[in-house]
Design a protein around this ligand. Structure first.
Ligand code: URA
Length: 434
């Protein structure tokens, strides 16, 4: 078999066999196929696509390129939730303790921020003392005792994806639906869950800018999951405005804690309840998604989910006092209100630009080796559809470096558009793919 022939076949729109896909994945991961040939094939796939069968083969081979986690030591049906990436997305922090309270184990491998999007691991590390580098024993023990553990991805989880993702990033092939589907699902399959709930985001802050393309990605990932024997659901949610109000690591943890105390932003909670309901229903703990939602609401009103979150923080070495008193978080010392420049209505927010403004303040990484400042970020006070008066605060910045405030403020103004007439707020849930 020759890599040249595989590239040429896909260039002409042909369907690759399992053997050809295996030749590529093994050869590229092992180093016998060079970047230039892998790049050519990725571009041919980006242009000519792959069908469900080809994408499933690619996903399985990428998953098997490293460790396949065996979660059989964990009691119960393992459920995983995955977001395709967004701004202000703190849903894992809220959902994990909620579903754990209902007896569903959450053994979660999470990632760090990528580009303008945030990552759960960076958020959790904003909690003083919190450790995300757990040994396998501690990880399993925590899930079996308190029902939840969240750890950083091990280096050997789908290494083929790691290599291919880095290449896609520099060859304009990130936005290909089969390649995104294989990338996300390879990691999900390797992480071992029985039930997978995907949060596929659509809008300015997401990889998929339109609901139609998000639906196509969702369909493909659900098919791959089901073909691989995992019960898979996808919820297509809005990512035009940032999700909730906080963007930045400690600020997002505080918002998640407030949500667990029953004071969550309405739109954020709509996304939380929808995703969590499919997790509870998928795990077989409720007869319908509607029943699941009622059970989940009770985890908040009873205070049990908050208590579980505190146990989870403590079990991973974090200071659980911050859960009961969020003023213990050390936030940026420079607090700047950003005022509206005219009367009107917010007609749109580019969530990706808000993500970049937060990154400029130090909440994300410009380069891989950058160190995150957990206390900085943005509280978004006015969102799409809100009326504003000139001088009223649209957002508040938390910073530690005065030099960064000006650039972040300019970026934030660039993220907002205003109009003189009323604009409807975006709906949060666009579709469910089962
Ligand atoms: N997230 C991933 O893990 N992979 C992609 O290709 C896009 C988003």
């Amino acid at each position: 078999m020759r890599m040249y022939d595989i590239i040429d076949k896909k260039r002409l729109g042909g369907k690759l066999t399992k053997e050809e896909i295996a030749f590529f994945v093994d050869g590229y991961t092992g180093g016998s196929i060079p970047d230039y040939q892998a790049s050519a094939l990725l571009m041919a796939i980006a242009i000519n696509g792959m069908d469900v069968e080809e994408t499933t083969e690619l996903t399985l081979l990428m998953a098997k390129s490293g460790d396949m986690l065996d979660l059989s030591e964990i009691k119960g049906v393992n459920v995983d939730k995955h977001s395709s990436g967004g701004v202000g997305d703190k849903t894992t922090l809220i959902i994990a303790p909620m579903v754990a309270t209902l007896g569903i184990p959450v053994a979660k491998m999470s990632g760090r921020g990528l580009g303008h999007t945030g990552g759960t691991i960076d958020k959790l590390e904003a909690i003083p003392g919190f450790n995300t580098a757990l040994s396998k024993e501690t990880f399993f023990n925590n899930v079996n005792t308190i029902g939840v553990a969240v750890a950083g991805q091990t280096a050997n989880l789908a290494p083929a994806d790691k290599k291919l993702y880095a290449l896609r990033d520099v060859t304009a092939t990130v936005s290909s639906i089969p390649l995104i589907a294989a990338s996300i699902m390879s990691k999900k399959l390797a992480a071992g869950a029985d039930v997978i709930v995907l949060d596929v985001k659509a809008g300015s802050g997401a990889f998929m800018k339109t609901v139609d393309s998000a639906r196509e990605l969702a369909r493909r990932m659900v098919d791959i999951g089901n073909n691989a024997g995992r019960k898979t659901f996808a919820v297509i949610t809005d990512m035009n405005d940032p999700l909730g109000t906080a963007v930045g690591n400690a600020l997002e943890v505080i918002e998640a804690v407030e949500a667990l105390k029953g004071k969550g932003d309405e739109k954020l909670m709509e996304v939380v309840y929808t995703l969590a309901s499919y997790m509870v229903f998928g795990a077989g703990k409720a007869a319908s998604v509607e029943d699941a939602r009622k059970m989940l609401e009770e985890t908040i009103t009873s205070g049990k989910a908050l208590e579980r979150f505190a146990q989870f923080v403590k079990a991973q070495g974090g200071d659980d006092a911050v859960v009961y008193d969020t003023s213990l978080f050390k936030l940026g010392s420079i607090v700047t209100d950003v005022p509206a420049l005219e009367d009107g209505f917010v007609s749109g927010i580019r969530a990706d630009e808000v993500g970049i403004a937060s990154l400029i303040l130090g909440a994300g990484r410009e380069k891989k080796e950058d160190v995150i400042d957990p206390g900085v970020g943005i509280i978004v006070k006015k969102k799409t559809g809100d009326a504003v008066k000139k001088g009223e605060t649209i957002a508040t910045l938390y910073a530690n470096d005065p030099a960064k405030v000006k650039a972040a403020t300019e970026r934030l103004y660039g993220a907002y558009t205003f109009s003189k007439s009323h604009v409807d707020a975006p709906k949060m849930i666009y579709d469910i793919v089962e």
